[in-house]
Ligand binder design. Structure first.
Ligand SMILES: C[S@@+](CC[C@H](N)C(=O)[O-])C[C@H]1O[C@@H](n2cnc3c(N)ncnc32)[C@H](O)[C@@H]1O
Length: 284
């Protein structure tokens, strides 16, 4: 069995963790196509959550949207969801990914969405998600749902907490932050995570399907340098500090060896209505 290379302790800051998406977006698309990290189950859970939200209008901010291929696919396949979407805003540091995102989202919304309001607006912004959140807050923008799917693990621990806090400033009253990501199981170190992940990419059942050695090596280099999952409690503590009410939608996608190490979850936090938040702030 090959030795797992020792992993760095925090994400590299030099390339905004998007090198793989600049160089080789198709490698990630193969991960999705072969469901190597359970996108089908995860986005099924996201669809159920979004569809079940009350209200007839939905504005979405997607942090680290990538090509938004999976989100576009659930929107296209769920007319009752698609027709409520008034706007879709995506932020990503990768320009090639955003170009694909525009095509995917335009096709999914089909020039429609927004119900009686007419065509949903598609607004794509190139740049870092923390910077994008700060700019949105400064402009006074508000969204019903902020989604971060498989993107927050690229941030350092401090940045993850800052993201949760910053999202609180752009959520509309009753809005929710939906995090879909990889998490460490309680007590697991990143080294454990890396060991199991390495086996999953290269060894278990022949490793990730549809990838040749060069593709796996590219993915592994990316994972080693940029994938920094934390325990779910890290986000829960940040959400509590940001006065968000835990939404309670925790959906595991369990599969193969990764089940033993960490689970993917969709976690939704509802922002408290503005009045309640002010009362809580005044009382503290
Ligand atoms: C694994 S992909 C996930 C894409 C998509 N959300 C999905 O669920 O398929 C991670 C995305 O996050 C973006 N990303 C990573 N770090 C970022 C940062 N600091 N700011 C903005 N985007 C970032 C990458 O460019 C990439 O498109």
């Amino acid at each position: 069995m090959r030795a797992t290379p020792r992993a760095p302790l925090r994400p590299r800051q030099d390339a905004h963790s998007v090198d793989i998406f600049k160089r080789s977006w198709e490698v990630y698309q193969t991960v999705v196509a072969h469901d190597s990290v359970h996108h089908k189950q995860l986005f099924g859970a996201i669809r159920d959550y979004l569809e079940g939200r009350p209200g007839d209008k939905l504005s979405i901010l997607d942090l680290g949207c990538g090509d938004a291929g999976c989100l576009a696919s659930i929107i296209a396949g769920t007319p009752s969801l698609r027709d409520r979407i008034t706007s879709y805003t995506g932020i990503d540091a990768s320009a090639p990914a955003l170009a694909l995102c525009r095509t995917n989202m335009a096709a999914a919304l089909g020039g429609g969405g927004g119900g009686a309001a007419g065509a949903a607006e598609i607004d794509l912004r190139e740049g870092g998600m923390l910077e994008g959140l700060a700019a949105a807050a400064e402009r006074g923008e508000r969204f019903d749902v902020v989604l971060a799917s498989l993107s927050l693990h690229h941030l350092s621990e401090a940045e993850k907490a800052r993201a949760v806090e910053a999202v609180g400033r752009v959520l509309a009253p009753g809005g929710a932050f939906v995090i879909c990501d990889i998490f460490l199981l309680p007590g697991w170190s990143r080294d454990e995570f890396m060991r199991q992940y390495h086996a999953d990419v290269y060894e278990v059942n022949g490793g990730w399907q549809g990838q040749d050695k060069a593709g796996k090596d590219l993915l592994w280099a990316h994972i080693s340098n940029y994938d920094f999952p934390v325990e779910l409690s890290h986000y829960q503590a940040a959400a509590a500090a940001a006065r968000a009410a835990p939404g309670g939608a925790f959906i595991s996608a369990e599969g193969r060896v990764l089940t033993e190490v960490f689970v993917y979850k969709v976690a939704a936090w509802e922002a408290p209505p503005a009045a309640a938040a002010e009362a809580a702030a005044a009382a503290s």
